[in-house]
Design a protein around this ligand. Structure first.
Ligand SMILES: [Zn+2]
Ligand SMILES: [Zn+2]
Length: 236
């Protein structure tokens, strides 16, 4: 399903096999033609994206730039396939790039943190198995370009700025269009729910654990001070 939000901005709702059921990617019909997040790597998601773009006269190979808000599979899963198909470069925060590449190696840490905090072993094993199996719904990234806090993203007729909002994920980027006061929030702000403070392994010394909730609250304060008229979230 595709909805026009503004003159050059379209929202495409893609199916995901999680309780949230859908995620939103945003297609920017400017130069370069850009996709903000890409959806999970399933046939259903790819087909829906393709149909959405066809409705406005484009194909998957029309995409010229891919911006990823953060490294969760529903947000970057299709990035590599779309990039090989269209030649579009992928942009992401370096922390998220590193997380994606090391996710399988971090499962042991996650398991030990859960067990140490009293989670039942059978449940922990099930969760870890699930996280392992979910990786088939995303291709790890190879070549990508890095975006940091405060970077400019220039289009022919607009200029955006990246806003680093760590919390749900340590390198979560929101994209701000000051002229229209629009913020693409990824999973930082959602319509009806708050995002999970996801257990993330971080750093090279103990406790190896990223303080998700504390960071999330700080990032909320950052957003609260901004001049925003429209939030465009990745779910809802
Ligand atoms: Zn997420
Ligand atoms: Zn998400």
């Amino acid at each position: 399903m595709i909805h026009q939000i503004l003159d050059k901005i379209y929202k495409i709702e893609l199916p995901i096999p999680f309780p949230l059921a859908t995620m939103n990617v945003y297609f920017i019909d400017d130069s370069p033609r850009t996709l903000v997040d890409v959806g999970i790597k399933t046939q259903a998601s790819l087909e829906t994206l393709k149909k959405g773009l066809e409705t406005i006269g484009y194909g998957l190979n029309s995409i010229e730039q891919i911006l990823i808000t953060h490294g969760h599979i529903d947000h970057y899963g299709l990035a590599k396939s779309l990039s090989s198909l269209s030649g579009a470069p992928i942009y992401i925060h370096p922390t998220e790039y590193g997380r994606i590449r090391s996710i399988i190696h971090s499962l042991g840490f996650i398991k030990s943190i859960l067990l140490r905090n009293g989670a039942p072993e059978a449940l922990v094993n099930e969760a870890i198995r699930y996280m392992e199996s979910a990786q088939i719904m995303a291709d790890p990234l190879d070549e990508a370009f890095f975006l940091n806090d405060g970077d400019s993203i220039l289009f022919k007729s607009m200029a955006w700025k990246t806003i680093l909002c760590p919390g749900h994920s340590p390198g979560m980027l929101c994209f701000y269009w000051p002229e229209k006061k629009i913020l693409f929030t990824g999973d930082h702000l959602l319509k009806k729910i708050t995002p999970n403070p996801v257990l993330t392994v971080n750093g090279s010394k103990p406790p190896f654990r990223y303080p998700s909730l504390k960071e999330y609250l700080t990032s909320l304060e950052k957003i609260e001070k901004m001049d925003i008229s429209l939030l465009l979230p990745a779910h809802g």
